[in-house]
Design a protein around this ligand. Structure first.
Ligand code: FAD
Ligand code: DHB
Length: 390
């Protein structure tokens, strides 16, 4: 049986970043991932990093490509009622956000792990955590038909919403909270310049739309769509026509269209499982919580979880103190719930809900009108959007 200090399940951003930080602290890890490295790298997801996220990436030696290719934004715009309203995030919060795709973050983390020589087992089947209630946890997995067993001090469940880690916890030990939204986001990537140098979030009678980007030559657009829609229902032409109808005329004018090279539909959900610690098993990132994408909190929350857990694990080995591990769940949940609230609020304010009453519609309009007329409201949006302190 092999032995490591920390076994990490999942090589998404949470697992790779935790592995990277622990490796730099001289702590031995193994990462077990059930997909291939190419599959993980090809998954198009988040794109907007909070300042706390970019600070941590830089602190841990991952700033080089980020500083070269990341696009730093100082504001965003809201489009509704045919008009565009800019919110100056930096003036209100003193901070910025950075466009740098999750695929790029993953790429940098995979390169760092390869350079360190620390092991990642891709295409590991049947990964299963055992005995995390006791002092000697183990993880088993099957690779190329052979079963392997790893003894460890701690297991980090970084395996996303559908992973095995949360499912391994006895139901009675978990409390879950959930809201499922009655629509999805259809997203595309296209090799065209963005409509604006900053993001445009649109609320229109036809539903929500978001104009975002991955670089100055690559755009990402999203539209709210019925939950039952299929990607095949949406030709590129239909998609571009719909985005143009949902944004203000000024932005519609500036949209450059072109063939999409990625198109996918994501459901929207808020979900939190509590607590995040079960003996020697810790849940991290999407394994413990999901937010709707409005406001771009998912990846950023995964990063703050990793910061807290890595501090706890390093404290255990370096300072012989379990204080950080004992506080991990409460510390992370405190920040998680604030991001869950913010994502829910942004989603509620910007989407058309199929079951909305005329009263709900009026409240939504008042929410938007208040936001763009009140410095206090813009400051509140800004401090949440750029990310609450870690
Ligand atoms: P994941 O990225 O899900 O990584 C988990 C890893 O564990 C995966 O590699 C998976 O293959 C692996 N795994 C799963 N099960 C097992 C198992 N049994 N054994 C071993 N390995 C396993 N966030 C934003 O902020 N902005 C966005 O625009 C945005 N868009 C998104 C679009 C989509 C379609 C999705 C699904 C998510 C999006 N998110 C977005 C959320 C963001 O991508 C996630 O919050 C982020 O990926 C969380 O990272 P993670 O490492 O915790 O989980
Ligand atoms: C992106 C996604 C979001 O959900 C968001 O609020 C901002 C940006 C993106 O994919 O770039």
């Amino acid at each position: 049986m092999k032995r490591v200090q920390v076994a990490i399940i999942g090589a998404g951003p949470s697992g790779l970043l935790l592995g990277h930080i622990l490796d730099r602290a001289g702590i031995e890890t193994i990462i077990l991932e059930n997909r291939s490295a190419d599959y993980v790298l090809a998954r198009v997801r988040a794109g907007l990093l909070e300042q706390g996220t970019t600070d941590l990436l830089r602190e841990t030696g991952l700033g080089q490509r980020l500083d070269r290719d990341g696009l730093v934004h100082h504001g965003l715009s809201l489009a509704f009622d045919g008009e565009l309203h800019r919110i100056d995030l930096t003036a209100s919060s003193g901070k910025t956000v950075t466009i740098y795709g999750q695929t790029e973050v993953t790429h940098d983390l995979m390169d760092a792990r390869a350079a360190s020589g620390a092991p990642t087992i891709y295409e590991a089947q049947n990964v299963t955590p055992h005995n995390f209630d006791g002092a000697s946890p183990r993880v088993t997995y099957v690779k190329d038909g052979v079963t392997h067993e790893i003894a460890c001090d701690f297991i980090a469940g970084c395996d996303g919403f559908h992973g095995v880690s949360r499912q391994s916890v006895p139901q009675a030990a978990l409390t879950t909270y959930e809201r499922v939204y009655p629509f999805g986001w259809l997203g595309i990537l296209a090799e065209v310049p963005p409509a604006d140098h900053e993001l445009v979030y649109a609320n229109s009678p036809r539903g929500f739309a978001l104009c975002t980007m991955r670089s100055n030559t690559r755009s990402r657009y999203y539209v709210q769509c019925p939950i039952g829609d299929k990607v095949e229902d949406w030709s590129d032409q239909r998609f571009w026509d719909e985005v143009r109808r949902r944004v203000d005329p000024q932005t519609a004018e500036k949209i450059t269209t072109g063939p999409s090279f990625e198109k996918s539909i994501a459901p929207l959900r808020s979900f939190v499982a509590e607590p995040l610690r079960f003996g020697r098993l810790f849940l991290v990132g999407d394994a413990a919580h999901i937010v709707p994408p409005t406001g771009a909190k998912g990846l950023n929350l995964a990063v703050s979880d990793v910061r807290y857990l890595s501090e706890g694990i390093i404290g255990h080995y370096a300072e012989k103190s379990d204080d950080g591990l004992d506080r991990y769940s409460d510390r992370a949940l405190n920040r998680i719930w604030k991001a869950v609230r913010f994502s829910w609020w942004m989603t509620t304010m910007l989407h058309r809900f199929p079951d909305a009453t005329p009263f709900d519609q009026k409240i939504q309009e008042a929410d938007l009108a208040y936001l763009v007329a009140s410095q206090a409201a813009m400051t509140s949006l800004s401090e949440n959007y750029v990310g609450l302190p870690h």
